[in-house]
Design a protein. Structure first.
Length: 284
């Protein structure tokens, strides 16, 4: 049965199918054909074979017609069985689409990435070479504007680098991803904000909690609008949004309390909500 981490990683690609070709192009430096549309396609790769072949996800690039297919597989640990089914995924999708196809493997540690990147000997001199992105291949996104332009990649960046030995860098990556997440729809905001916190090391999580978030020198227009220096209303608006993402719709009394709170109180609430389990705990 797929694990929660496996499904969460796939959800990033479901929410933003363009993440797959972005990683191929930017992380792996692969050339792709020209396309005008990216969409999720059926992951059922069974044709007339008696066995069922179902990949994790299929992303299709189109330019009026299919021009490239991407089989996306999330691999959390080595599994020698995949050496036999991955070629079937690629061959089945290529037969169905009648266009070039590749295998993109996403891993959560570099040792698994090295295993997955080994060429698969099919026989008769033919080989399948998976294209693999491990943590070291995911960009370190610390700029809020870049994160807001691609929230899923920003969250993937936290998942890849949140436990880095450099806790300060992990915190900068987490801050950028959090700012990118709070302005999304509630479902994505809730998922991504929780992922950001759980992806940090203990040291980074402590630093994230203790950091005076509103005194960070933000660069993006979005961040300046909400947390620009001296803008207490902006601080209250952002705290309100963060509390709503974590704990659901707030009543009018709490909204009024936040509106009239001092800057110091707003800072304290923002820090507490990073680890608070309840709304009351966050509000103090």
């Amino acid at each position: 049965m797929p694990s929660q981490l496996h499904e969460v990683l796939l959800q990033l690609f479901r929410n933003r199918p363009a993440l797959a070709p972005e990683l191929l192009r930017d992380a792996l430096h692969q050339e792709l054909p020209s396309y005008t549309e990216v969409r999720i396609d059926s992951a059922d790769l069974t044709e007339i074979q008696p066995a069922e072949y179902r990949a994790d996800l299929v992303v299709l690039l189109l330019d009026g017609v299919p021009v490239f297919g991407i089989v996306v597989e999330v691999q959390l640990s080595p599994d020698e069985r995949k050496q036999f089914v991955w070629p079937a995924y690629v061959a089945g999708l290529r037969a169905r689409l009648k266009c070039p196809v590749c295998l993109l493997v996403i891993t959560v540690d570099d040792a698994c990435a090295r295993w997955a990147a080994k060429p698969i000997n099919i026989g008769g001199g033919s080989r399948l070479i998976p294209w693999v992105v491990g943590p070291s291949g995911v960009p370190e996104i610390t700029d809020e504007a870049v994160a807001r332009a691609d929230p899923e990649l920003a969250v993937l960046s936290v998942m890849a680098h949140g436990k880095d030995a450099d806790a300060d860098k992990s915190v900068r990556i987490a801050l950028a991803a959090q700012l990118a997440s709070v302005d999304l729809d509630d479902d994505r905001s809730t998922l991504y904000c929780d992922l950001i916190l759980t992806s940090l090391s203990e040291a980074a999580r402590r630093a994230f909690k203790n950091m005076r978030a509103f005194k960070y020198e933000y660069q993006s227009d979005f961040a300046k609008h909400y947390v620009g220096e001296g803008e207490k209303k902006g601080r209250a608006d952002l705290v309100l949004r963060l509390l709503t993402v974590r704990f659901g719709q707030l009543d009018d009394g709490i909204k009024a309390r936040l509106t009239s709170a001092s800057s110091a109180d707003l800072d304290a609430i923002a820090e507490r909500l990073l680890t608070a389990q309840t709304l009351q705990e966050a509000l103090g």
